[in-house]
Ligand binder design. Structure first.
Ligand code: SF4
Length: 237
């Protein structure tokens, strides 16, 4: 049977920040169904774009890194778009690496299929799980997308696989109240690890100041509440 195609948009050969407590390589999948206004990987959005990166070359590289790297993170773009994800993960796992996955939860059934192979998931929560707010954050208004995110999160919670939720605090689309509401819902459904990520203005954003971006982290009440709500909470700047 012909192997499902996997489309690589880029590679980071050495990272200490993409897989908690692990040294990892990161492979960025080409293609994303969403258009988040804060996206710094816009070049990875177009499914048809040819980056020139080849999967087999990445595997060859990994063979030389067995005693140097702990793991490999499949990131994006949106890795769950790739039909070849499962076989790609198996190939990397067979080399002895731990597997991390960064996803926004697109295609829950695909997530369910690959989860038994995965050691850790970084799950993006873009906004409060409500149609208008989520639509604004992912740049696409669709009840279906929101249902997929909810379903994926539920699958993740039930799987027992280690995971974190994280939110990029873009002040153009999120308020402090939004973060409080997101955290409340995540905590209620059983999420244990939550991270806030600082938004760094994209090139087209000429008006958001650093002070706007910092407001979430300066709010002592918010930070205290988040620390109390989760077993693990932190800020990534
Ligand atoms: S899901 Fe990620 S890759 Fe896709 S548009 Fe949003 S930030 Fe960019």
């Amino acid at each position: 049977m012909e192997k499902d195609f996997i489309k690589v948009g880029g590679v980071e050969t050495f990272s200490t920040v993409d897989f908690p407590d692990k040294i990892a390589a990161v492979i960025f999948m080409q293609g994303c169904p969403w258009r988040c206004p804060f996206c710094h990987n816009a070049v990875l959005q177009d499914t048809d774009c040819d980056s020139g990166f080849i999967w087999e070359k990445f595997v060859e590289f990994l063979q030389t890194r067995r005693k140097i790297l702990d793991g490999v993170v499949f990131s994006g773009g949106e890795p769950l778009m790739q039909n070849g994800l499962e076989s790609a993960i198996r190939e990397v796992k067979d080399l002895g690496f731990l597997i991390g996955l960064h996803t926004g939860g697109y295609r829950p059934q695909h997530l369910k299929k690959v989860l038994p192979l995965i050691d850790w998931v970084g799950f993006d929560i873009k906004a409060l799980l409500e149609e208008n707010k989520y639509g604004r954050a992912i740049g696409c208004f669709s009840q279906t997308y929101l249902m997929k995110v909810r379903e994926s999160l539920q699958i993740l919670l039930e799987s027992g696989v280690d995971f974190e939720c994280r939110t990029t605090c873009d002040p153009r689309i999120l308020s402090i109240k939004d973060i409080k509401d997101i955290a409340e819902e995540l905590s209620r459904i059983g999420v244990k690890k939550y991270f806030l990520q600082k938004y760094r203005p994209v090139e087209s954003d000429k008006t958001t100041s650093d002070c706007d971006c910092e407001q979430f982290f300066c709010d002592k009440n918010l930070i205290a509440a988040l620390k109390a709500q989760f077993e693990v909470f932190d800020i990534r700047k």
